[in-house]
Design a protein around this ligand. Structure first.
Ligand code: UP5
Ligand code: MG
Length: 190
């Protein structure tokens, strides 16, 4: 399987737009391996790695971890997997992230999903989540939203211009949203 160019999907969208929730459904239906950049970073914090304290502080502030750290974690997961289909959730969040991935992994995404969700809906979901995430408080949520607009929207615009961006209206029930996602992958015959 390693000789094949991997099928990479990026999943972008603001905090609480439903990326993780929909990724679970995509994995069940199409057999991708789910790599959540945020989950990989939180795992680094939990494993007491050298970067753990820096990552924790960055996430607590709602800012972006240096590209080299995140790309290294994603690369490790891709190399140790037998799968050739990856859904990368919550990355790239900045133009620098995007360029860094291209440099180190050398593969472009076939599909980029953008979960487009109204801000007030995202805030409501995050404040209701209650899973003890250090960044689910109003102050950090405000920064996450600002960072998304300033740094992540340019990445979304980049893929829109390249022609591989698929925008999903991300308000509604989980099933209603997945109904918009399904036909995208059916087209690609994954
Ligand atoms: N929910 C989901 N779908 C719903 C629906 N249709 N209707 C009603 N409720 C719905 O969903 C969020 C909540 O909403 C859940 O309670 C869910 O049940 C409910 P979820 O699917 O978790 O949304 P998601 O978009 O995944 O939200 P998340 O909080 O994970 O988004 P973020 O992008 O903020 O978080 P992430 O984990 O990707 O990153 C966290 C931090 O890590 C970043 O802020 C940053 O500091 C750091 N980071 C980097 O530095 N670099 C990276 O590359 C990645 C992360
Ligand atoms: Mg998530």
């Amino acid at each position: 399987p390693k000789e094949k160019t991997p099928f990479i999907t990026f999943v972008l969208g603001g905090p609480g737009s439903g990326k993780g929730t929909q990724c679970v459904k995509i994995v069940e239906t199409f057999g991708f391996t789910h790599l959540s950049a945020g989950d990989l970073l939180r795992r680094e914090i939990a494993s007491d790695s050298a970067d753990g304290a820096m990552i924790l502080n960055t996430i607590r502030e709602g800012k972006i971890v240096p590209s080299q750290v995140t790309v290294r974690l994603i690369q490790k997961e891709m190399e140790s997997s037998d799968n050739d289909k990856f859904i990368i959730d919550g990355f790239p969040r900045t133009e620098e992230n995007r360029v860094s991935f291209e440099q180190f992994i050398g593969v472009e995404p076939k599909v980029v999903l953008f979960f487009d969700c109204p801000e007030e809906e995202m805030v409501k979901r995050l404040l209701n989540r209650n899973q003890g995430r250090v960044d689910d408080n109003l102050e950090t949520i405000k920064t996450r939203l600002k960072v998304f607009e300033a740094l992540s929207l340019p990445v979304i615009n980049y893929y829109s211009q390249r022609g591989n961006l698929y925008t999903i209206r991300a308000k509604g029930t989980e099933d209603e949203i997945f109904e918009q996602v399904l036909p995208i992958f059916t087209t690609f015959d994954v």
